[in-house]
Design a binder for this molecule. Structure first.
Ligand code: GDP
Ligand code: MG
Length: 311
């Protein structure tokens, strides 16, 4: 496919069109991914997550500028499930990042939850693979750290930056319960505001209690809107990437992600087979009658059914 050749040679438009194909058409997606798969695996993937309004987009913008300043190519996938494409914070993100979008070394894709066939997390992962194959050195995924699907998305990242802000108070406790443990680096943004030191202390205390001995996540104070602390944050991101590589954890993580992905692909096809088998001959209905009438139990029905599809 010509489009793939253009994408591999770094054309942004080809990249955008391929991502759109992957989004709209599962069969097309598979065709594309089969072809580009061997070109993936080189990008460092950074997840930026945290509560709405924490400054994730502002921070992403500054991190990207810093990386681009070193001559790197950076892709951004901004996921905000609460906003449709054309409104809300997505639009805000777009305006804020407009100067970045014009940079030939930067690719930006904003997406809502609307219309992604096969689920947002799967789609995001496919978009990631395209950017990876297209030669982006870093790919940043920005997600609102609220629900399970966002956690699933951000888990595709090698390095996860948790963005916190002063004055979260009790929220830190609730965030801790679900999401704290996935943070590799903690960025306390809006350090120009009152309470930043206290938030940093609280996060530090929590990490001292909770973190594994192997690697204790660093806490970095930043003020994204004033471009302060960004170099230190970027340094920590790079240190984490090196740590993953040197310790073998990167390979481990990618292996386990790949295991999961292959398992999901198989599960998906098996489910299709099972469902078409059950519904095709109204088999299930008559079996349900038997179970209701105590002629059989449900395990017998299951075993009999599995026997028929194994043959
Ligand atoms: N005071 C202060 N405001 C900030 C800082 N960084 C971002 N903001 C503001 O916080 C608001 C939300 O920022 P945004 O990047 O859209 O947050 P997101 O929802 O996490 O992506 C915007 O009005 C930003 O200008 C900061 O370091 N200090
Ligand atoms: Mg944002």
């Amino acid at each position: 496919m010509e489009l793939i050749q253009q994408m591999l040679s770094g054309e942004k438009r080809a990249c955008a069109r391929l991502i759109t194909s992957v989004e709209n058409n599962p069969e097309e997606a598979e065709k594309i991914l089969r072809k580009i798969y061997k070109f993936t695996g080189n990008a460092s993937i950074i997840g930026i997550t945290g509560p709405p309004g924490a400054g994730k987009s502002t921070l992403t913008d500054k991190i990207v500028k810093s990386l681009v300043g070193e001559g790197k190519k950076v892709g951004i996938i901004a996921v905000d499930p609460t906003s449709p494409y054309s409104g809300g914070s997505i639009l805000g993100d777009r305006i804020r990042m407009q100067d970045l979008a014009l940079n030939p070394k930067v690719f930006i894709r904003s997406m809502g939850t609307r219309g992604q066939l096969g689920g947002l997390s799967k789609y995001t992962k496919n978009a990631l693979k395209i950017l990876d194959a297209a030669g982006y050195d870093y790919i940043i995924i920005e997600t609102v750290g609220v629900g399970q699907s966002e956690v699933d998305i951000v888990k595709a990242a090698d390095t996860i930056v948790m963005v916190m802000v002063p004055g979260l108070g009790d929220d830190i406790q609730s965030i801790k319960a679900g999401i704290m443990e996935i943070g590799d680096i903690f960025a306390i943004n809006k350090s120009d505001l009152f309470g930043a030191d206290r938030t940093a202390t609280e996060v530090n205390m929590m990490l001292d209690l909770a973190a594994s001995v192997e690697r204790r996540p660093p806490v970095v104070k930043v003020t994204a809107s004033k471009n302060e602390g960004i170099d230190e944050l970027v340094t920590e991101i790079k240190k984490h990437i090196d740590y993953l590589k040197d310790s073998g954890k990167l390979e481990e993580r990618r292996r386990s992600n790949m295991e999961l992905e292959i398992t999901e692909l198989i599960e998906y096809e098996l489910k299709k087979i099972v469902i078409s088998n059950i519904t095709s001959e109204n088999k299930l209905k008559s079996e349900v009658d038997k179970v209701i009438n105590k002629e059989k139990n449900m395990y017998e029905v299951r075993d009999e059914f599995l026997k028929t599809i194994k043959e």
